[in-house]
Design a protein around this ligand. Structure first.
Ligand code: TRP
Length: 459
């Protein structure tokens, strides 16, 4: 098997096998725990409606333009992040630094992402043992508490997940993954929509609809607005330069704008559907969707304890969640690995093993998770949530700021123009994008960021 997971094109640099290859890989990277695990619980914590509205605005006006920027940078430079910044900026150190900060953020992100993915794997096991049938919500919460308090078990699954991710990047079965995404993604979509239709038969469905879509909120804070912004980066996989690498493998004739839009719409759809699956079941048993990271591991087993054939659906659901997490994790590891290869001039094998091993070790800190679960004493600071806070609310927005400044102001206009319009001439849209990345996005990020920081300092 080739040591590089990407097929070699005759032009030299690896390229995706097909146009669908890029969209599938980018959609696989985008759709993951962010959509199904994180979005519902932050929506619950921030009181629903208004938070969702701000999130949607951030996706359209900030996340999507940043995604287009990253891919443009990648395809124009034909390199991984640090080298791309270096090349396009004429070797300015500050920009290499931006690249390295992004790689560090990817390292940290994957370290706790893998812990949550490990929990999902453990839940496949629980579903296989038919652990949800006949249990009441309290017992179901107990299952989750049992898992996070069992450190060796959490570390074991985190290790299994990181091991798998590392092995896939190592042996380069990217094409297999592309095929996997091709099958699993539609399956995930159909399955989630099916669950939503079932949830639609519950009387609590209208309460859930109202919670998610009516823009009334008494719980949204300045921090919540920053969280909506940060999550628009997290969920689209932008802000740390990951799509620079993916963009560098993109064919010249491919349409960056159309691909980005398709990925963004799909990603947002899955996140909203996930809320409309989970909230009706929670509301039906009188639970509030405010318990944070455990939400999915409580709401879904409650659902499966009620749905006919729930045990089987549980296996399928956590199986799909695991796969969605895996394709995202591969993209994250790829960012770290491709940078180490390009910058330190080391081989792919060494780079992959060192990165995967390092991320596993660092992730152990997050596996020891004292999650705040209402009604249960927490024993200390929760490292996992602190890491997620720094990555999502600090690193990614600031990374996004740097990326748009780079795409809007540093690289020549002719370059971005050419990349933007390589497949189809869209002059007005290009001007709109340029206006967004030059003014709107930087201003929005700086304003929301400062507003939240100042607000917190006053408290
Ligand atoms: N978008 C993924 C999710 O929602 C996570 C992810 C994968 C990511 N690659 C990334 C986030 C790169 C930021 C940057 O689960």
């Amino acid at each position: 098997m080739a040591s590089n997971p990407f097929e070699r094109a005759s032009s030299g640099r690896s390229q995706w096998q097909s146009r669908a290859g890029f969209i599938l890989a980018a959609a696989g990277a985008a759709i993951g725990l962010g959509n199904i695990w994180k979005f519902p619980f932050i929506t619950g914590q921030n009181g629903g409606g208004l938070f969702v509205l701000i999130y949607l605005a951030c996706i359209a006006l900030v996340g999507l333009p940043v995604m287009v920027s990253e891919i443009i940078i990648g395809r124009a430079a034909q390199k991984s992040p640090v080298a791309a910044y270096n090349g396009l900026s004429g070797g300015k150190t500050i920009w290499s630094l931006v690249g390295w900060v992004g790689v560090t953020a990817g390292f940290i992100l994957l370290s706790y992402y893998s812990v949550v993915a490990g929990w999902s794997m453990n839940y496949i096991g629980l579903a296989l043992q038919d652990s949800f049938t006949g249990r009441d919500p309290k017992e179901i919460t107990g299952l989750f508490v049992g898992l996070v308090q069992d450190l060796p078990r959490s570390i074991l699954w985190h290790g299994v997940f990181m091991g798998l991710t590392t092995a896939i990047v190592l042996i380069g079965v990217r094409r297999g993954i592309e095929t996997g995404v091709r099958i699993m993604m539609p399956l995930l979509l159909v399955f989630m929509v099916g669950l939503m239709v079932y949830a639609g038969t519950l009387p609590s469905f209208t309460t859930a609809l109202d919670f998610v879509f009516s823009p009334h909120s008494d719980r949204l804070t300045a921090g919540g607005v920053l969280e909506a912004l940060g999550h628009s980066f997290f969920t689209l996989s932008v802000g740390l330069g990951g799509l620079i690498t993916y963009g560098s493998y993109l064919n010249r004739n491919d349409d960056i704008v159309a691909a980005s839009t398709a990925i963004t719409v799909l990603d947002t759809f899955v996140a909203l559907v996930a809320c409309l699956v989970m909230f009706p079941f929670l509301f039906a048993v009188g639970a509030e969707p405010t318990n944070g990271p455990p939400l999915i591991f409580i709401a879904m087993p409650i659902a499966f304890s009620q749905i006919p054939g729930g045990a089987l659906w549980g296996i399928v659901f956590f199986g799909l969640l695991f796969f969605a997490a895996l394709t995202s994790a591969i993209s994250l590891l790829e960012v770290v690995v491709s940078t180490l290869i390009d910058q330190l001039k080391i081989g792919r094998k060494l780079a992959t093993v060192v990165s995967g091993g390092g991320i596993f070790l660092y992730g152990i800190l997050s596996a020891k998770s004292d999650l705040q679960i209402p009604g249960i004493e927490a024993t200390g600071p929760d490292f996992l949530q602190q890491m997620d806070f720094f990555v999502s609310n600090v690193f990614l927005p600031l990374g996004g700021l740097a990326i748009t400044i780079f795409a809007g102001w540093v690289i020549p206009r002719s370059t971005s123009y050419e990349e933007f319009n390589s497949a189809k001439q869209r002059d007005r849209l290009y001007r709109g994008w340029l206006f967004l990345v030059r003014y709107v996005v930087p201003l929005a990020i700086v304003t929301i960021f400062l507003y939240s920081v100042l607000h917190n300092l006053q408290l």
